[in-house]
Write a protein that binds this ligand. Structure first.
Ligand code: FE2
Length: 404
């Protein structure tokens, strides 16, 4: 009986030590890439442990317990060190984007550099607010969002840090990155005119400003003035033509609206096909997205409308970017910079831009065939950093001129 009790006590202790040590052992094994990919091996090793315990008895069992306890301690220390290294080596991205092709690119980056990439998706403003609320405790190393105006917001709230990178400087033209290097454009989009070819002669179109002429009365749609895309468009006009002419544009455009602004960019193109308006002001990539939509009406809209790049003989078409910045409190600054450099490189650029039918910022890379079919165009020659700087003034002007 005493022998049985003794065995039970020994087995109980073994079980407890086994539980602690195996969990730590699994941690250790999990940190080794080979074992991570073959979880079945973890279980084989655990089974070998169990088998060993059953075979052992008496003194050798005690020796085994001491050995396992020491191993557990070693594993605990090693595991903690590995955990720390792992979190220092990985990078976390706060991203407005959620495309499958992005994940493929991130996996490629992981394979090339050994730096694991975690992605947290969210709306742009939501991610900016989260970054602000988390402060120094944030897990984010990189912020990826659309519109230079929003990136300026993140910069002015002290959420990003300046980065020096010759790779980024050479891959990204100067006007598509922040003047103080707080963010770097990765893809471009143009804010163009989209029109119904049966109701508008493309040859009659010329500039954004020309849309204020009486002939376009009741024929124009675009979204509200609370939308960052229109705020950035107006901000570009303030930079290029000055406040007064920008105000004249806003006033004249409002006078020619076909309806009170509502809906998103796709809704503007739909309004053109539905006969509510003849011309919409919207971003290029929505045409590509609608062309590949699961909604038959969206495909019909994309097939029906024509794209026009305004101001080709004057100041150029308005351009904006999706961009990335290293967060102020990034724990892996080096990895974050490497990641943005990777996305700006020739290998990643076309896939990253094509995911959303945008133009690559890297001039060595060709855009998607759809975008090529629209032809080359002249963009506004301004540094996009100014869009954020004029954003407040732009909003005030639109508001004062009745742009709802
Ligand atoms: Fe958009």
């Amino acid at each position: 009986m005493r022998r049985i009790e003794h065995d039970i006590t020994i087995m109980g202790s073994c079980f407890l030590v086994y539980k602690v040590s195996t969990s730590l052992f699994i941690k250790l094994i999990a940190s080794v890439d080979f074992f991570m990919k073959t979880p079945i091996l973890k279980h084989v090793i655990i089974l070998l442990f169990i088998k060993n315990i059953n075979k052992e008895n008496g003194n050798s069992m005690k020796k085994f317990i001491i050995m396992v306890s020491l191993s557990a301690l070693l594993f605990a220390l090693t595991g903690c060190m590995l955990d720390t290294n792992q979190s220092e080596q990985s990078i976390t991205i706060f991203s407005e984007r959620h495309y499958d092709t992005d994940r493929v690119l991130f996996d490629l980056f992981e394979a090339e550099t050994g730096i694991p990439v975690n992605v947290i998706d969210g709306g742009a403003d939501q991610l900016i607010n989260r970054l602000e609320n988390e402060g120094e405790d944030t897990s984010a190393d990189v912020l990826i969002i659309a519109d230079a105006g929003r990136l300026h917001r993140a910069k002015s709230r002290d959420l990003l840090q300046s980065v020096e990178s010759d790779t980024l400087f050479s891959n990204i033209p100067a006007n598509y990155r922040d003047i103080d290097n707080y963010w770097f454009g990765l893809t471009k989009r143009a804010r163009v005119l989209v029109y119904h070819p049966e109701r508008v002669n493309g040859e009659a179109l010329s500039t954004y400003e020309a849309l204020t002429a009486p002939e376009f009365e009741g024929r124009i749609v675009t979204r509200t003035s609370t939308n960052i895309y229109n705020q950035s468009l107006m901000a570009s006009f303030i930079e290029i033509m000055g406040e007064e002419l920008a105000r004249d544009f806003a006033r004249g455009l409002v006078a020619n609206f076909a309806r009170t602004p509502s809906g998103n960019d796709r809704d503007q193109a739909k309004a053109v096909v539905q006969g509510i308006a003849d011309i919409a002001i919207m971003n290029t990539y929505y045409i590509g997205r609608m062309m590949h939509s699961s909604d038959p009406f969206e495909r019909e809209v994309a097939d029906t409308v024509e794209v026009f790049f305004p101001n080709q003989d004057t100041t150029g078409t308005h351009i904006n970017v999706s961009a990335a910045g290293v967060t102020k409190h990034a724990s892996n600054v080096e990895g974050a910079i490497q990641f943005i450099e990777f996305l700006s490189g020739e290998e990643a650029q076309s896939s990253f831009a094509n995911a959303n039918f945008e133009y690559p910022v890297n001039e060595a890379v060709e855009p998607h065939v759809l975008l090529q079919s629209w032809g080359d165009f002249k963009p506004q020659a301004i540094n996009l950093s100014v869009l954020g700087e004029h954003a407040t003034k732009a909003t005030i002007i639109m508001d004062e001129e009745g742009w709802e």
